[in-house]
Design a protein around this ligand. Structure first.
Ligand code: AHR
Length: 498
C-alpha cells in the first residue's frame, strides 16, 4: 500500500471559502431550461411550470448562485423578448446553437426560480450584438425600484419588488471565434470598462465579471487577460475562467491529472491579474470567477436537428471516472479559495450537468455526489497544507500527485473536513495526518465514492449504480489520523471533538 502524509496547521489559513464557488450555470441551451428546470404540464411542475423534482435535486446539490442565460446564447439574446405576457413573446432563430428559442422562460421566471431554489442569480448581459444601453436597461428592469420606463415594465409584468441582482457578467467568451459579436481584446476591454461603469452608475452595489480567455490553451491566452484588464481594471471586480476536460484518448491516469492543469491555469491567471495590478499601481485586487468548469466530451458526436425547439444537446452521461475528476476539480477550487470567489459547474440540468431528466423523472449523475458533499461541508477556512504524496508521470503535465487533498476547518462548527481523491488505479493509499492542533478530534464520518468499473454510469432505470457510502476506514489514535483511501476513490472525512 502506498503511503502519504498531510501536514496541516490551523494558524496558517489559506483563505475563507466564498460559498459562491459552489455555483452552477443554466443556459438557454438544449434541455437545460425547457424540459429541465421548466416544463409546464409535467407531473411535478408547479403553477409556474417549474419542475419540483428538479428543484428538489438542485437544493440537494447546494448551488448558492446560478449564472444565466448564457453562455454563447447571451451574445445574440434580446432580453426584452423574454418578459411580459407569454403569448406575445416572439420565437427567434437562435444562432449560437442553431435552434428556435420560444422565449417562454425569461428574466422574471429565472429570478423567481432562483428564489425557490435558494440561489442568487448571476446575470450575463449581451455584449455581442448589443451593448451599454441594453445592459443598463436590463439592470434598470431588474434592480430599479419603480418610476422609470423599465422598472415600471417589471412592475406591470407582475414583479412589484426589484429582483436585486448583484452579480453581472459582461458578455461571454468574447475572444472565441464561435462567439456572436466576437471582439479584439482592446475592443472588448473598452466595452467592458464602459458597460461596467455605466451599470454601476445605476446601481453601485453590483459586482461585475469581465471575460477572460475561453480556455487555457486558446491562442492568445495571457495576452487577452492583460490587454482586457489594461482597459477595465478599475471598473470590474472579477475576471472569468472557463475550462472543460475530456478523456478523449481513453487514458484514465492522464485524464485524472487534469486537476493539476486546472491548478496551473488558475495560478497563471492570478499572476497576470497581479501583474496588471502592479502596472496600474492599483490597491485593488481582481478576484477570479471560474464560471464554467466541468467535463465535456461524451456528447461531442451528438447530432441536433437544426431549428428545432429544445433538442437534446450536450447531454453527456457521466461515468465514475468523471466523478473523480469533478471531485478533484472541486478540491482545486478550494485550494485557490484566496482568489477564486465564484465558480459555476457548467451546467445544471441535462446539458453537461449533474442532474438529468426525462419527462417522467429526474436523477443524479455521478458528478452530483462530490459536488453536493463539497458544497455542503466545504464551508469555512481552507488551511494551507503540505502533502507528501506519491506521484505518477504524465505525458502532458510531468509528475502529478496521486492524491488531491483540501482540508477545510469550520471554526464555528468546530469541524475539520478533508476532501481527498486517490487517483491511483491499482493501490490504496494510507494517509496519515498529525492532528496535534485539533486535540480531542475524532472521525465522525468517512464517505467514499468508489466503483470497480471506471465507466459505470447512473441512468433513469438504474439511478444509483454509482453512489456514495459510509466506510470505517479512518480513525484517530494518539492524535494521528490514519485514513485508508481506496484505489481510484473520492473521499470526505469529517472530524470533530468527540
Ligand atoms: O457551456 C456550454 C458552452 O461552453 C457555453 O455556452 C460557452 O460559454 C462555452 O463555450
Amino acid at each position: 500500500m502506498k503511503q502519504a502524509v498531510l501536514h496541516v496547521d490551523k494558524h496558517f489559513p489559506l483563505g475563507k471559502v466564498d460559498k459562491r464557488i459552489f455555483g452552477s450555470f443554466a443556459e438557454h441551451l438544449g434541455r437545460c431550461v425547457y424540459g429541465g428546470i421548466y416544463q409546464p404540464g409535467q407531473a411535478t411542475a408547479d403553477e409556474n411550470g417549474f419542475r419540483r423534482d428538479v428543484l428538489s435535486l438542485v437544493r440537494e446539490l447546494g448551488v448558492p448562485v446560478v449564472r444565466y442565460p448564457g453562455g454563447n446564447f447571451v451574445s445574440g439574446y434580446n432580453w426584452e423578448d423574454g418578459v411580459g405576457p407569454r403569448d406575445s413573446r416572439p420565437s427567434r432563430a437562435e444562432l449560437a446553437w442553431g435552434v428556435i428559442e420560444t422565449n417562454q422562460f425569461g428574466t422574471d421566471e429565472f429570478a423567481e426560480w432562483c428564489r425557490q431554489a435558494g440561489a442568487e442569480p448571476m446575470m450575463a448581459v449581451n455584449l455581442g450584438t448589443r451593448g451599454i444601453a441594453d445592459a443598463k436597461n436590463l439592470l434598470e428592469y431588474c434592480n430599479f425600484k419603480e418610476g422609470t420606463y423599465y422598472s415600471d415594465m417589471r412592475v406591470r409584468n407582475g414583479f412589484s419588488q426589484p429582483h436585486g441582482i448583484k452579480l453581472w457578467c459582461l458578455g461571454n467568451e468574447m475572444d472565441g471565434e464561435w462567439q456572436i459579436g466576437r471582439k479584439t481584446a482592446y475592443e472588448y476591454g473598452r466595452l467592458a470598462a464602459e458597460t461596467s461603469r455605466v451599470m454601476k452608475m445605476l446601481d453601485p452595489e453590483i459586482e461585475t465579471v469581465a471575460c477572460g480567455s475561453s480556455f487555457w490553451t486558446i491562442p492568445g491566452f495571457g495576452k487577452w487577460e492583460s490587454d482586457v484588464l489594461a482597459e477595465c481594471y478599475d471598473t470590474v471586480d472579477y475576471l472569468s475562467l472557463h475550462q472543460y476536460y475530456g478523456n478523449r484518448e481513453n487514458d484514465t491516469p492522464e485524464y485524472l491529472a487534469n486537476s493539476a492543469a486546472m491548478d496551473r491555469f488558475i495560478s497563471e491567471v492570478v499572476s497576470i491579474c497581479d501583474a496588471e495590478k502592479a502596472k496600474a499601481r492599483s490597491k485593488k485586487t481582481i478576484h477570479l470567477s471560474f464560471d464554467e468548469w466541468n467535463i465535456w466530451y461524451h456528447s461531442n458526436e451528438q447530432k441536433t436537428e437544426r431549428w428545432s425547439v429544445a433538442p437534446r444537446q450536450l447531454e453527456d452521461v457521466y461515468n465514475f471516472e468523471d466523478a473523480l475528476l469533478a471531485g478533484s476539480m472541486l478540491i482545486t477550487l478550494l485550494r485557490h479559495c484566496d482568489r477564486v470567489k465564484i465558480a459555476c459547474i457548467a451546467q445544471l440540468v441535462n446539458v453537461i450537468a449533474p442532474i438529468m431528466t426525462s419527462d417522467a423523472a429526474a436523477w443524479k449523475q455521478t458528478i452530483f455526489f462530490p459536488f453536493a458533499y463539497t458544497s455542503r461541508y466545504g464551508r469555512g477556512t481552507v488551511l494551507q497544507s503540505a502533502v507528501d504524496s506519491p506521484v505518477y508521470e504524465t505525458k502532458s503535465l510531468g509528475d502529478v500527485p496521486v492524491l488531491d487533498i483540501a482540508p477545510v476547518w469550520d471554526c464555528e462548527a468546530d469541524t475539520l473536513t478533508l476532501f481527498a481523491v486517490n487517483k491511483d488505479l491499482g493501490e490504496d493509499v494510507k494517509l496519515q495526518c498529525d492532528l496535534r492542533q485539533f486535540s480531542g478530534y475524532g472521525v465522525t464520518e468517512h464517505v467514499v465514492l468508489m466503483h470497480h468499473d471506471m465507466k459505470a454510469v447512473n441512468t433513469e432505470i438504474s439511478p444509483e449504480t454509482v453512489s456514495p457510502r459510509r466506510t470505517n476506514r479512518s480513525s484517530v489514535e494518539n492524535g494521528v489520523l490514519t485514513a485508508l483511501l481506496a484505489r481510484h476513490s473520492w473521499n470526505m472525512i469529517r472530524l470533530k471533538p468527540l
